[in-house]
Design a protein around this ligand. Structure first.
Ligand code: ADP
Ligand code: F6P
Length: 325
């Protein structure tokens, strides 16, 4: 028979994402509704190892559903990849009575959760990253807000770019994943989108495309460049020299990670937080919650981590086609 969980811990790990607070709130309140104790672990696995553990009640998550960031803070903790520190983490959980743990983060954070599960702490992962780069799910907490933030910023750059008849390179977040770039490429009608998954570093093709657009009377040329390709400032200089068209680079940076979560991020993060608690109450462990084919689902973490995904080829293709005029 599955062991009964008495105390649920919750932590956020890796890059923060808007909607993490909504998920924390849901974990705390659903756990209390199920008669469980709740402990918040600050600063991800780093805080776990430092025993930065606080008691949480329904009131401790008041006024946070609308706030970006994470009230528990987050961190990257390199030590936690080592078995010795994973054991220490599991021992600390036991010392504080934490027998169920909700880890909100990305694939790296899930690997930590997987290790703790193997050491006897029941764990559930929630996909929290603005990058949308978790293979088992079509939704990650924070992507919707971040991509809307980026889209609105790009609209603003486009206005001035058109007025001055310039080329604008706008760099969006995503070191290894081009989802924000691709979605903005479609939503902002960008003339070019450079994705880590697809870019072939053929800058001459880019230059030719800009010149052809200018000849057809285009008043701007928007290039959305993913962080993984980067070097937007030097690229702008080279493009200006090669085309004779004034070219500016704008790096949107961490503004994309902050701000009030969208309605979707609040609702999905709340649902996932509650579901994580219900899974723990049913005795589940080593699972990750996802959203697939219109449903909230859960997967074994080992299987989830072995899955792969890629940007949608059709969307990449139409992104280029639809901006042609
Ligand atoms: P994300 O969770 O967004 O993918 P990271 O890759 O930075 O972000 O991982 C967040 C944290 O998860 C790391 O700082 C580390 O503490 C933990 N982690 C990453 N990889 C492992 C691993 N192989 N084993 C245990 N813990 C890991
Ligand atoms: O959280 C994901 C992410 O924002 C990536 O898009 C980006 O590459 C990375 O984190 C940046 O991390 P840091 O906060 O360390 O600059």
């Amino acid at each position: 028979m599955a062991k009964e969980i008495h105390t649920i811990g919750v932590l956020t790990s890796g890059g923060d994402a808007p909607g993490m607070n909504a998920a924390i709130r849901a974990v705390v309140r659903q756990a209390i509704a199920r008669g469980k104790q709740v402990k918040g672990i600050k600063r991800g696995y780093a805080g776990l190892l430092q025993e930065e553990i606080i008691d949480m009640d329904a009131h401790s998550v008041s006024e946070i559903i609308q706030r970006g960031g994470t009230i528990l803070q987050t961190a990257r903790c390199l030590e936690f990849v080592e078995a010795e520190y994973q054991q220490k983490g599991a021992d600390i959980c036991r010392k504080h009575g934490i027998d169920g743990l909700v880890v909100i983060g990305g694939d790296g954070s899930f690997k930590g959760a997987q290790k703790l599960a193997a050491l006897g702490i029941n764990t559930i992962g929630l996909p929290g990253t603005i990058d949308l780069d978790i293979a088992c799910t079509e939704y990650t907490i924070g992507f919707d807000t971040a991509v809307n933030t980026a889209m609105e910023a790009i609209d603003k750059v486009r206005d001035t770019s058109t007025s001055h008849e310039r080329c604008s390179i706008i760099e969006v977040m995503g070191r290894g994943a081009g989802y924000i770039a691709l979605w903005c490429g479609i939503a902002n009608g960008a003339e070019d989108v450079l994705l880590p998954e697809r870019y072939n570093y053929d800058e001459q093709a880019l230059v030719n495309h800009i010149i052809e657009g200018k000849k057809r009377g285009k008043k701007h040329h928007i290039i959305i460049n993913a962080e993984g390709i980067g070097h937007s400032a030097s690229m702008a200089k080279r493009i200006e020299a090669a085309t004779g068209i004034e070219t500016r680079a704008t790096i949107l940076g961490h503004m994309q990670r902050g701000g009030n979560p969208s309605c979707k991020d609040r609702v999905y993060a709340s649902t996932m937080g509650a579901l994580a608690v219900d899974l723990l109450c049913q005795g589940a462990s080593n699972r990750v919650v996802g959203y697939k084919n219109g449903k909230f689902v859960d997967f074994d973490i080992d299987e989830a981590l072995a899955m792969t995904k890629d940007v949608d080829e059709y969307q990449f293709e139409i992104c280029n086609t639809l901006s042609a005029s």
